[in-house]
Design a protein around this ligand. Structure first.
Ligand code: PEP
Ligand code: MN
Length: 281
């Protein structure tokens, strides 16, 4: 049969192979079900106070999963590279207190075992979307995978990357649109919200949106977060910091604790208008 859009979809990722959609279970939190899920937390774990204060606050604001980078892919080798295993320990401590499952990035096949021993979900970042050995390795792990779209990747390439993970027998994959590089320079990336309905059409995997990396601009994050909910995403991942001005990584795109709480109440209103389950706050 001729496809109704101009790309071919790999067989395991294809919506037609599982019309009802895939539900991803992140230690008891379901992504891809009836509830719109918000993942929030700092770009990078910097210290105990920063992580714990931010985590407690996003939890009370209605976040369901905590994010926090331990190993950071930074453009400059002189920038803060993350706290490594110490950050993983802090993430697992605050999970105990808040009950929030944790997602953190894995950059290298050699880190998968260590990170999987602490985290509830493994993040494959934009820069690694086409790191095929890494995709195979996270596919072999039993953990859910948050796969971010490569900054230069077409949707076909994105789905082929997911297919590498599916081929290892791991179907617990969440796709994340996080903006692509275009000729536009006013925003850090161009957030491709049309990717959301297109991916939902093409694949059974859940799709979330990252308006933080998608724009690079704190003031723009709420508008695009609301648009992401309205356009049919299964959730959001957003950077939140207890003191964005002092952040060691991505402060300019991180919401303050107050901004996050306010956005969540706005999202609640939209969820009611579009009949979407959202939070219990
Ligand atoms: C991140 O989520 O902190 C990150 C580095 O994102 P991306 O891979 O989308 O740039
Ligand atoms: Mn970041």
């Amino acid at each position: 049969m001729k496809p109704d859009v101009g790309i071919s979809v790999p067989s395991k990722a294809d919506r037609k192979s599982r019309m009802e959609g895939t539900k991803v279970n992140v230690s008891g939190i379901t992504v891809g079900g009836s509830e719109f899920i918000v993942i929030a937390g700092p770009c990078a774990v910097e210290n105990k106070d920063q992580l714990f204060e931010t985590a407690r606050s996003v939890k009370s604001g209605g976040a369901r999963i905590l994010r926090g980078g331990a190993f950071k892919p930074r453009s400059s080798p002189y920038s803060f590279q993350g706290m490594g295993e110490d950050a993983l320990k802090l993430l697992s401590d605050i999970r105990k207190e808040t009950g929030l499952p944790v997602v953190t990035e894995v950059m290298d096949t050699r880190q998968v075992e260590l990170i999987a021993s602490y985290a509830d979900m493994l993040q494959v970042g934009s820069r690694n979307m086409q790191n095929y050995p890494l995709l195979k390795e996270v596919g072999m792990s039993k953990k859910p995978v948050l796969l971010k779209r490569g900054m230069m990747a077409t949707l076909e390439e994105f789905l082929l990357a997911a297919e590498y993970i599916l081929n290892q027998g791991n179907d617990q994959i969440i796709l994340c649109e996080r903006g692509i590089r275009t000729f536009e320079t006013s925003t850090r990336n161009t957030l491709d919200l049309s990717a959301v309905p297109m991916l939902k059409h093409l694949t059974h995997l859940p799709v979330i949106v990252d308006p933080s990396h998608g724009t690079g601009l704190r003031w723009m994050v709420p508008s695009l977060a609301k648009a992401a909910m309205a356009v049919g995403a299964d959730g959001l991942i957003m950077e939140v910091h207890n003191n964005p001005e002092a952040a060691l990584c991505d402060g300019a795109q991180s919401l303050s604790l107050e901004e996050f709480a306010l956005l969540m109440t706005d999202l609640k209103k939209i969820s009611m208008a579009i009949d979407r389950e959202f939070g219990n706050f």
